[in-house]
Design a protein around this ligand. Structure first.
Ligand SMILES: Nc1ncnc2c1ncn2[C@@H]1O[C@H](COP(=O)(O)OP(=O)(O)OP(=O)(O)O)[C@@H](O)[C@H]1O
Ligand SMILES: [Mg+2]
Ligand SMILES: [Zn+2]
Length: 260
């Protein structure tokens, strides 16, 4: 008897018998495609917290949804439809905490894997920098290059939370190297950040009203203009909305009920 996990169609060979115009032969089995997709999803390192995020679960018809948020979803979906573009063009999602930047970035990765079998990688910048810093410590046996090469080589890379790290000279150098290398290699990079461009900032207090240039420097920002389309996401903090009991609002589907 076959073990439960053995594919009944192909016996795990990846090829199943098929007749074509009376001639018997073989055809690729669906299970091989599924396996490849599972492997790509695993390799993409999507964080547990965002593992369920996809376009279907990104709501844009809620009472507090803004045009910015609707447009951001359309741009993200178009990005997947048109991938790969020439020249390669990434996206930079800019917005306050909770507007859905990471959700959309993960949705892009999942759709590219599902629809186009594109190898993708998700990394949060602050965590990546911390790991590189630890690699200098002798206890760790992972080298800086071993940590960086998947990031530099990924066909599509999501770099989450750009500018969230302390902008020390070393951090800026490392961020600059990563973005510069991908820029030179013409690779697609999708980024998210809480920091808007200078004209969009309001508070003059250092650290509070910082612009993206304050956090990453003008050389890196300038490269990003060329590498990415900037997608401003002005909207409500979704986390606050769903935790605010007074709103008595529940996300069911696009016809969400809302009792003000
Ligand atoms: N339009 C939406 N529809 C459904 N869920 C959403 C939507 N926007 C955000 N969320 C959910 O709200 C939470 C916060 O969203 P997300 O993590 O994408 O925010 P963010 O913009 O990346 O915030 P931060 O800047 O703090 O990282 C997540 O659980 C996400 O799935
Ligand atoms: Mg985020
Ligand atoms: Zn099979």
């Amino acid at each position: 008897m076959l073990a439960p996990e053995t594919c009944p169609q192909c016996g795990d060979t990846g090829w199943r018998p098929a007749d074509r115009e009376g001639v018997s032969g073989v055809t690729p089995c669906e299970c091989a495609k599924r396996l490849r997709m599972d492997r790509l999803l695993e390799a993409a390192r999507i964080p547990e917290r965002h593992r369920m995020c996809d376009f279907e679960s990104f709501h844009v018809n809620l009472p507090f949804s803004t045009k910015h948020i609707r447009d951001a979803k359309l741009i993200a979906e178009k990005f997947v439809d048109e991938y790969p573009t020439s020249p390669p063009m990434g996206l930079l999602f800019v917005g306050k905490p909770g507007v859905g930047k990471t959700h959309l970035a993960v949705s892009i990765i999942k759709s590219l894997i599902r629809d186009k079998a594109v190898p993708c990688l998700f990394r949060a910048f602050p965590e990546l920098l911390k790991e590189i810093q630890m690699s200098f410590n002798r206890v760790s046996n992972t080298s800086e290059m071993a940590l960086l090469s998947p990031v530099l080589d990924a066909e599509v890379l999501v770099l989450d939370e750009l500018g969230a790290q302390k902008p020390t000279a070393w951090a800026l150098d490392t961020v600059g190297n990563v973005i510069g290398s991908r820029y030179n290699a013409n690779k697609t990079t999708i980024l998210t950040t809480n920091y808007p461009d200078r004209a969009e900032t309001t508070a003059p207090v250092k650290g509070v009203g910082d612009s993206l240039i304050d956090r990453i420097g003008d050389r890196i920002r300038s490269r990003l203009y060329e590498m990415c389309k900037t997608v401003p996401m002005k909207g409500d903090d979704f986390r606050w909305r769903i935790s605010n009991k007074d709103d008595a609002f529940s996300v069911q589907d696009e016809n969400t009920r809302y009792h003000a």
